[in-house]
Design a protein around this ligand. Structure first.
Ligand SMILES: [Ca+2]
Ligand SMILES: [Ca+2]
Ligand SMILES: [Ca+2]
Length: 474
């Protein structure tokens, strides 16, 4: 096609050859980059950590196609066939183009080979990445299982020392005033539970219910022996905080196994156990406010060791007190270890309530029928064996049917993480035997306590990592 080429008789200019090599190289790099990025995203086809994995996988396919396209385009350009675009371009830079063609001719075969290698490598990466990803995921999941196992040991040690497992929702008042009038109706049961457990665990630490405060002067003490100046510094901030805070299950796990928080100069959080003074074990371990040296008189350095050594990097403040995220999590996700303590065979569904929605942005609210009583609570919720839900034909919870539901691990506690997908799901029915372990992939339009359960609602629970015999639920 290029008549001019036959008349040319010039040596190869090194500059032009270098130019060609550079173009080929950058095309190869572009092909490799899009193949690598594409195959990484494509791997989301097999790694459903995020719910938009379908879109990411599709993007991966597109990018891989671009990569292969670029490679193919380079290969075609090296093919010495008719090309009107190149012809037009050649007319602009006739002389230069001829050098270019010379260079290309000598290199063409090598480049095609190279590009074939690039494509093969890209395909291999695309095939290997999902396997690599799932290996990484399995490693992290195994790590979370190990963390749950070490929590199990710490909880047993706690029970040996204090007589029972830590409760999974309590109220903390730094002035020790637990009079009923102070709390709304929905917290009265938790108030009583707090008194029962705290008096059992710390019998010499005063808690009052008559309207008075356990400590008369809620201010900085003038000396460590000053009995009037004292308070329960539950959150370790050196301040006597008024009001009360409610610790949920994930925070109770940290509080009872870790103790009172302490902050170093850079604000990093650690947990320093409880003080050995039986009348007030809830004080800071050291002076947290360096500007005020008198504060040291209040802090107790003589302490009981925490039952669990928490990693500071995974203690994340949730409101007023930290929870503990698992090694699959990031600080922004805040998917804590969910902890539910059994109270005489019954769990309190509201001990852990996090904001979680399904893929349609509906709040996940689970319903339980238990001993003739109806419970419902936002995600997460503890697991039961046996049918916890009774839904009648009009889609409402059937309170007339007495289903015998039984909580799993009814004599101890349930501890679980959200798994790779970072969703807990609604909890409830789960059986450790058989194929149908997580039913209530409810038929369309079936509702549970008024909330429609989309099909496959419970898929997100299969990767939850638990302290049950099965570990992962599925
Ligand atoms: Ca405080
Ligand atoms: Ca709940
Ligand atoms: Ca999950």
């Amino acid at each position: 096609m290029l008549s001019a080429s036959g008349t040319m008789n010039m040596g190869i200019s090194h500059n032009f050859a270098g130019d060609v090599a550079m173009r080929n190289l950058s095309a190869c790099v572009a092909a490799l980059v899009s193949l690598a990025v594409g195959s990484y995203l494509y791997s989301y086809t097999f790694y459903p950590r995020y719910h938009w994995n379908v879109e990411l996988a599709a993007l991966g396919w597109v990018l891989m196609a671009v990569g292969i396209g670029v490679a193919a385009w380079r290969a075609l350009r090296n093919y010495d066939g008719p090309d009107f675009v190149r012809l037009a371009w050649m007319r602009w830079h006739r002389k230069r183009h001829l050098h270019l063609r010379y260079a290309r001719r000598r290199r063409a075969f090598t480049m095609v080979e190279l590009l074939i290698v690039v494509v093969i490598i890209g395909i291999l990466i695309a095939l290997l990445l999902p396997a690599l990803q799932s290996a990484v995921r399995r490693t992290y999941e195994a790590q979370v299982s190990v963390e749950i196992e070490s929590f199990t040991q710490a909880l047993e040690a706690f029970k040996n020392e204090y007589g029972s497992y830590p409760p999974s929702r309590i109220i903390l008042c730094e002035d020790g005033d637990y009079s009923p009038a102070r709390f709304p109706a929905n917290l009265q049961a938790v108030r009583q539970r707090t008194l029962d457990y705290m008096r059992k665990f710390f019998p010499r630490a005063p808690l009052r219910t008559d309207g008075g405060k356990a400590w008369t002067i809620l201010a900085k003490p003038t000396s460590q022996t000053d009995p009037k100046s004292n308070f329960y510094d539950f959150n370790g901030n050196d301040q006597p905080d008024s009001g009360y805070i409610v610790l949920q299950g994930h925070q109770c796990l940290v509080f009872f196994l870790g103790g009172i928080p302490a902050y170093n100069n850079t604000g990093t959080l650690s947990l320093e156990g409880f003080g050995k003074n039986p009348s007030n074990p809830f004080v800071a371990s050291k002076d947290n406010s360096a500007a005020d040296p008198t504060w040291n008189k209040f802090a107790q350095s003589i302490r009981n060791n925490p039952f669990y050594r928490f990693d500071s990097n995974r203690l994340v403040i949730d409101g007023n007190y930290p929870g503990y995220i698992d090694s699959l999590d990031t600080v922004n996700d805040k998917r804590f270890f969910a902890y539910f303590c059994s109270y005489n065979g019954i769990y309190d569904l509201d001990d852990c309530n996090f904001v979680e929605t399904d893929d349609n942005n509906n709040p996940l609210i689970g319903g339980f029928e238990f001993l003739g009583k109806t419970f419902s609570s936002p995600s997460p919720n503890p697991y039961t064996e046996g049918m916890p839900l009774a839904v009648n034909t009009s889609g409402n919870l059937d309170t007339n049917t007495n289903y015998s539901c039984r909580f799993l691990r009814r004599d101890s506690y349930q501890l679980f993480g959200a798994g790779s997908d970072r969703k807990y799901g609604i909890g409830g029915y789960y059986t450790q035997r058989g194929d149908d372990r997580l039913p209530f992939a409810a038929p369309a339009n079936q509702t549970v306590t008024g909330i429609a359960l989309p099909p496959n609602t419970r898929d997100c629970e299969r990767d939850n990592i638990t302290n049950f015999a099965t570990g992962k639920l599925d």
